[in-house]
Design a binder for this molecule. Structure first.
Ligand code: ZN
Length: 96
């Protein structure tokens, strides 16, 4: 499960993640650009991304993933939450 956030234009950010991008900017762009990776479901939350991320119980796949600008001590914003690695879920904060 990946937890991301956007202070504004949340729908545009989610739409970007759901489409194939050519210029990779965030860690998640590289993951989504890999063969066989797809988004299964998007969950929207009003809380900030770190609060939501810290409530997700799972194992860290890659330290620092999606957390370059994290100030809340998250080890990673990408966690494995099930046995099937092919499923990627998004938690997206920023909605009010
Ligand atoms: Zn964080």
């Amino acid at each position: 499960m990946y937890t991301g956030g956007a202070r504004r234009a949340i729908e545009a950010r989610i739409e970007r993640h759901l489409s194939k991008v050519e210029k990779f900017h965030w860690h998640i762009d590289y993951l989504l650009g890999a063969d066989g990776v797809c988004v299964r479901k998007v969950f929207r939350h009003a809380e900030d991304e770190c609060t939501v991320n810290q409530q997700v119980h799972g194992s860290v796949l890659t330290k620092g993933f999606g957390a370059s600008d994290c100030r809340s001590g998250c080890v990673s914003h990408l966690k494995k939450i099930g046995a099937d690695d092919r499923h990627l879920f998004f938690l997206h904060s920023g909605l009010k």
